[in-house]
Design a protein around this ligand. Structure first.
Ligand SMILES: [Mg+2]
Length: 423
């Protein structure tokens, strides 16, 4: 048994059937399938401790440590990080091995240990809290919002910098709410712009519901300072028309045209995955494809290069945030102020998951080990563009691989220590 301690308040437990955005935003929360609500599940300890760590991740570490140690079987030596689409979920349904993989991490393994885990997803259009409720339902698993890092998580930090922003993508008003939840003060949607001038998009009319939800304002007097593509566009033609109008505008005022085409607002994408794994047998085009298309269109129309920025994997910021979170967790639960020695990252997309993990590993203070699965974008038998440390069939094999590798490392270390073998 390892001895550890927890700091801070114990997160509240909310049932998946009752969890609302407002409820979750009220403070540290763990989302629990109804059947586990009365008694903690095997996943409780990890979900609660990571939620607490997430709420403290930006605070300086307090020198005062709580006096009462708790007993735990959660290892501090290594952790897992998972991509979601194509690894745990495909087309809205769990990949069958995912449920077993989570059980194995929560103690159903031959060593009887628990292993901490987090989720790093490029899939957008939902808050970390909504993603958490969805995954909890899909996998019947107790999880906390603190365990989720989304592609658009770093956009939070831009809310201070820009006042009025255009937010693109996602269903209905969802992304406006995500952006407002991130602290953006004045959020405009393509619907607001079409409501103000329906000639903006000749082939798209708002539905009565869209018209009702869109907000009225005078765009002649509105300076749009930045464009954020939060989630996949539901109507490429009209969204691209509106983005292009702004990029070609004088300083972000709709209806104006710049003479040199370099006075428009900057445009940010929450990730850059060109394809993703949905319910169809073949991969589907995603946000990265919209980005490529927009850059090509800007060039065709203006003759100039368009510079855009993407967050999410494989960008380093996402991995740095994950490392800070795991370091905080380890400090609070095991009194060790450094991240776990190894993080096993399990993904299905070589261009974002594997590339990001490998590049981050080059300069990280701990080791990031990439594992590619064959249940999503990557197809078994083909050559991935970025080479993982290991390729396995499913997420369950990935978890077994990591646990086995750690066991062998420990065994080897003890044999060296006792002089049975030399280093
Ligand atoms: Mg994926």
């Amino acid at each position: 048994m390892l001895t550890t301690q927890f700091g801070g308040n114990t997160p509240r437990r909310l049932s998946t059937s009752e969890a609302t955005r407002e409820g979750i935003n009220m403070g540290p929360t763990v989302v629990v399938p109804p059947k586990h609500l009365m008694a903690p599940s095997d996943a409780s300890e990890i979900a609660a401790a990571l939620e607490t760590a997430r709420h403290h991740v930006e605070e300086p570490v307090s020198p005062i440590t709580p006096p009462t140690p708790h007993e735990t079987t959660v290892t501090d030596k290594y952790a897992f990080a998972f991509d979601i689409d194509g690894v745990l979920i495909r087309g809205g349904r769990p990949i069958p091995e995912a449920v077993q993989a989570m059980k194995m991490l929560n103690g159903e393994n031959e060593y009887g240990i628990k292993i901490p885990y987090i989720f790093l997803t490029n899939g957008g259009g939902k808050t970390e809290a909504e993603r958490c409720v969805q995954l909890s339902k899909q996998l019947e698993l107790e999880v906390s919002p603190g365990q989720f890092i989304c592609g658009h998580t770093p956009m939070r930090e831009m809310a201070e910098k820009y006042n009025t922003v255009l937010v693109v993508g996602g269903e209905g008003e969802k992304c406006r709410h995500v952006a407002e939840g991130y602290g953006f003060k004045d959020v405009v949607t393509p619907g607001d712009i079409i409501k103000d001038n329906q000639d903006t998009t000749p082939f798209r009319k708002l539905t009565p519901e869209e018209y009702k939800n869109s907000r009225s304002r005078n765009f002649a007097e509105t300076k749009i300072e930045a464009i954020f593509v939060f989630a996949d566009s539901r109507d490429w033609a009209s969204d691209q028309q509106i983005i292009l109008d702004l990029l070609m505008s004088k300083g972000g005022y709709l209806g104006t045209r710049s003479e040199n085409f370099n006075e428009g607002p900057p445009v940010f994408f929450s990730h850059n995955d060109v394809v993703w794994s949905a319910s169809h047998d073949l991969t589907r085009i995603g946000m990265g494809a919209l980005r490529v298309s927009l850059e090509a269109m800007f060039k065709a129309v203006t003759g100039k290069e368009l510079k855009t920025t993407a967050f999410g994997k494989p960008q380093i910021g996402t991995f740095e945030f994950a490392t800070r979170l795991l370091q905080r967790w380890r400090k609070e639960t095991h009194r060790i102020d450094s991240p776990p020695d190894t993080v096993y990252f399990v993904g299905d997309t070589p261009e974002s998951d594997i590339r990001g993990t490998n590049e981050y590993n080059e300069h990280a203070q701990n080791s990031w080990y990439s594992i590619l699965v064959c249940t999503g974008v990557y197809q078994a038998g083909t050559k991935p563009r970025f080479q993982p440390r290991a390729t396995v069939d499913t997420v369950l094999d990935a978890v077994k691989h990591g646990i086995e590798r750690e066991y062998k490392k420990t065994l080897r270390a003890s044999l060296v220590q006792t002089g049975v073998i030399s280093e």
